[in-house]
Design a binder for this molecule. Structure first.
Ligand code: BJW
Length: 257
């Protein structure tokens, strides 16, 4: 179902207010208003670069300097961006018991907005690890260097090279993290926010939530492959829709007893 009416927003707000457990998964659309490029669509990152050339282990093995140039450029871009209203609403919602925030975004803007316990499905662009998992190095560490003086950046533990600690195509989601995200599909309301819903297994979570009985909705500028399967699609800029939803959630309930 596709809607944009205030009546539907009010109904969603009623459901959110009554829900004991709410889970949201966010995608690049949530950071678009902050100036972080999305992956697909107009101006998306894949318009200028082929995913297979940059976001795969094979691409990194072939040309680590090229892949790092892309990540270094994105890190410089993100470092200049600030969280927007959508990040701020979601960060407030993470203070609510029973709320789980899963993000596919690697930009760290949810955390910068103050969100608690964010489940980072595809890792973080601000974390790195030794490409060869050398003995002396931790599994992953934070590195805010922007820009890197040398590409690919050297591993400070073995002199080899480091890689971004993100999940590339063909790589497996950390099983413990995946288990926590899968468990969060047992909820009353599941929101898919600003994601094209084409990358699995992340895109499968909303379907699993629906199968388990959750009310499922997406917030997006446009229809996605998930639209027909969800209970509701709210079409609009997430940084506006979430602010309005948040305002309505704070009002007294309008639901019939
Ligand atoms: C707005 C807005 C505004 C804009 N307001 N809205 C099942 C079926 C088919 C394929 C597979 C499958 N299972 C696995 C696969 C393979 C593959 C996959 O899914 N491929 C598909 C593309 C076909 N998946 C994988 O390889 C995954 N691993 C895996 O499955 O392991 C098991 C396995 C291993 C080996 C073999 C087989 C299985 C890993 C996926 C990793 C994805 N990694 C990336 C890069 C992360 C690092 C980095 O950032 O560089 O993650 S790709 C990229 O896509 C990134 C994103 O997190 C992800 C999702 O993108 P997202 O967030 O949805 O962004 P966009 O740009 O696509 O959409 C933005 C949306 O916002 C749009 O809809 C706009 O309209 C909207 N929007 N402004 C509201 N203001």
């Amino acid at each position: 179902m596709l809607v944009e009416t205030s009546d539907h927003l009010t109904r969603v707000a009623d459901r959110l207010r009554a829900a004991r457990a709410v889970t949201a998964i966010t995608g690049a659309g949530v950071s678009a208003a902050s100036g972080v490029p999305t992956f697909r669509g107009d101006g998306g990152l894949w318009r200028s670069f082929r995913a297979a050339d940059l976001a795969t282990p094979e691409a990194f093995a072939r040309d680590p300097a090229l892949v790092w140039e892309w990540y270094d450029w994105r890190r410089q871009t993100i470092a200049r961006c600030e969280p927007n209203a959508a990040h701020l609403v979601l960060s407030r919602w993470t203070e609510r018991p029973g709320f789980t925030l899963i993000t596919q975004n690697v930009d760290g803007l949810h955390e910068r907005a103050g969100a608690r316990d964010v489940l980072r499905f595809h890792g973080s662009i601000w974390n790195v690890r030794c490409r060869d998992a050398c003995h002396g190095s931790p599994p992953s560490w934070r590195d805010d260097t922007v820009p890197y003086p040398v590409l690919p950046p050297p591993c400070p533990y073995c002199g080899g090279i480091i890689r971004p600690d993100v999940v590339w195509f063909g790589e497996v989601i950390d099983p413990r993290l995946f288990a926590r995200c899968a468990a969060a599909t047992a909820c009353d309301v599941f929101l898919a926010v600003g994601t094209s819903a084409v990358v699995f297994p992340a895109a499968g979570l909303v379907h699993e939530a629906k199968r388990r009985g959750a009310f499922t909705l997406e917030i997006n500028l446009e229809r996605t492959p998930a639209s027909d399967l969800l209970d509701l699609s709210l079409l609009g800029p997430v940084e506006e829709v979430l602010v309005e939803l948040d305002r309505l959630v704070r009002l007294p309930s309008t639901a019939c007893p």
